[in-house]
Design a binder for this molecule. Structure first.
Ligand code: ATP
Ligand code: MG
Length: 437
């Protein structure tokens, strides 16, 4: 495994003191052909004007692993104003740390950041709430910029001047050994920003790497701190896991590492929940976009079905209330908008109604509800995990397809029904008590 990557790392003794390990063009596989034209233009122009111009962050890591980078970020010693004066299509963004965004065409954006360093403790603002932003705020050298990053494999640079790869932190060795290692003291770095713990697990899952031992211990020791991370940021990072199709794996290993409960407001997953989330990831990998209501419903489905067994045939208003209560603290903690929490609850109720079986009261309305196909998808994934409801899933699938085939004709006959908002369903709803959410 260790020599499967096409570069040789010079012996540490070949590099003196604080000097980085440098791989020259012949010793690494990154070619300019792997970079897009616009990124090259930005790098070359900076370089022509006498500035350092590096490709930085995840793109260098991915290119060395022969993966396709998601985006290309550029690091430079030019200040944001200097960058702006070089590019007409450049906009400075960010209140505290100013980044240069260079736009090409309609949808390409290259981010150029001036090298930064971690501020000394006496440079930090008094107010701890201001610190996170401030941490990002002081210009530095390339070396300092490498050391303020999270993991060694994320701190590699590709220098356009000479096409070399520059490694200040041992990232090349960790790429070879396929491991995620925090730069510096893990406990310090996790205390500084607890979300790094989740990122460590994310990169393990995405790259199929393992945690380096000190990093693993650091997570174990600092896990409760993640409860202090801003819920809005955690929420975004968690959705990012699902967009990368590693949500199931990462949340499972978060639980193993004691990180999950402080991360998700006291959440505790069971093996079925993690298997269900992994099924969602499989579906994402096949190309279905993953939406937040679906993730919330999946996180809580097992708990909800334990509370409300479909075989018991509870009255629907009670089921609606139970579904709302099951996700209530999650939605409150993350300030989930009403529209999204409503859909998550509808998915749970939909699964319940489908799992109850055919020919129940209100079947026609259920089949016409726009959430029902999604609820059936969720039930189908649950069925793959548990083996339950297999026949029923098939039957409902047939019924929904049959209805979809009939629908265009029906829509022509009665142009204003069965389209758009689920009006009829809402009418029916009002009869029952709204959930106490
Ligand atoms: P990808 O974009 O493929 O998800 P990435 O490594 O580019 O992975 P980003 O979130 O885009 O990740 O961040 C870009 C770079 O910024 C990282 O590679 C890392 O060097 C640095 N970075 C990001 N988040 C942190 C953090 N919380 N602490 C320190 N450095 C960070
Ligand atoms: Mg990135």
């Amino acid at each position: 495994m260790s020599d499967s990557l096409p570069f040789r790392i010079p012996d540490r003794t070949e590099t003196a003191g604080e000097e980085p390990v440098v791989l020259s063009r012949a010793d690494h596989p990154i070619s300019r052909k792997n970079l897009d034209q616009e990124t090259l233009k930005v790098l070359y122009r900076l370089n022509r004007h006498g500035y350092k111009a590096y490709l930085v962050g995840g793109s260098v890591r991915d290119l060395l692993l022969r993966r396709k980078p998601k985006d290309f970020d550029v690091g430079t010693d030019a200040t944001p104003d200097q960058v702006k004066s070089l590019f007409r299509n450049c906009f400075l963004v960010g209140r505290r740390f100013r980044l240069a965004h260079i736009r090409f065409g309609r949808n390409q954006l290259i981010e150029v950041a001036t090298f930064r360093r971690k501020p000394a403790s006496d440079e930090l603002p008094q107010d701890p709430d201001d610190r996170f932003g401030f941490m990002e705020n002081v210009f530095g050298t390339p070396r300092e910029d490498a050391f303020r990053r999270d993991f060694t494999i994320n701190a590699l640079f590709y220098d356009i001047d000479g096409f070399s790869v520059i490694d200040y932190t041992g990232g090349l060795e960790d790429l070879q050994l396929r491991r995620i290692r925090v730069i510096g003291n893990p406990q310090e770095r996790f205390t500084e920003d607890p979300v790094r713990m989740l990122r460590a697990l994310e990169f393990c899952a995405r790259l199929d790497f393992t945690l380096e031992e000190q990093t693993r211990r650091g997570i174990y020791a600092c896990a409760p701190l993640i409860a202090e991370a801003a819920p809005a940021r955690v929420r975004e990072e968690v959705m990012e896991l699902f967009r990368h199709a590693v949500g199931g794996d990462v949340l499972n290993s978060a639980q193993v590492n004691g990180l999950l409960s402080p991360l998700l407001a006291g959440y505790e997953g069971d093996p079925e929940s993690f298997a269900l989330l992994a099924q969602i990831d499989r579906r994402t990998r096949k190309g279905t976009a993953v939406e937040e209501p679906f993730v919330i419903a999946a996180l809580y489905l097992s708990r909800f079905l334990r509370r409300c067994a479909p075989a018991q045939q509870a009255p629907i208003p009670e089921v609606v209330r139970a579904a709302g209560q099951t996700i209530a603290s999650h939605c409150a903690y993350f300030s989930i908008a009403r529209g999204i929490s409503h859909q998550a609850r509808e998915l749970l109720v939909g699964v319940y109604r489908l799992a109850r079986g055919r020919r129940q009261r209100g079947e026609r309305r259920l089949l016409q509800n726009p959430m029902t196909p999604y609820a059936l998808e969720l039930l189908a994934l649950w069925s793959e995990v548990t083996g339950e409801y297999r026949e029923l899933v098939k039957e409902w699938g047939k019924e929904l397809r049959r209805q979809a085939d009939d629908e265009p004709a029906a829509a022509k006959e009665k142009p204003r029904t069965g389209q758009g908002r689920p009006r009829r369903r809402r009418g029916g709803r009002r009869k029952s008590k709204p959930p106490s959410q």
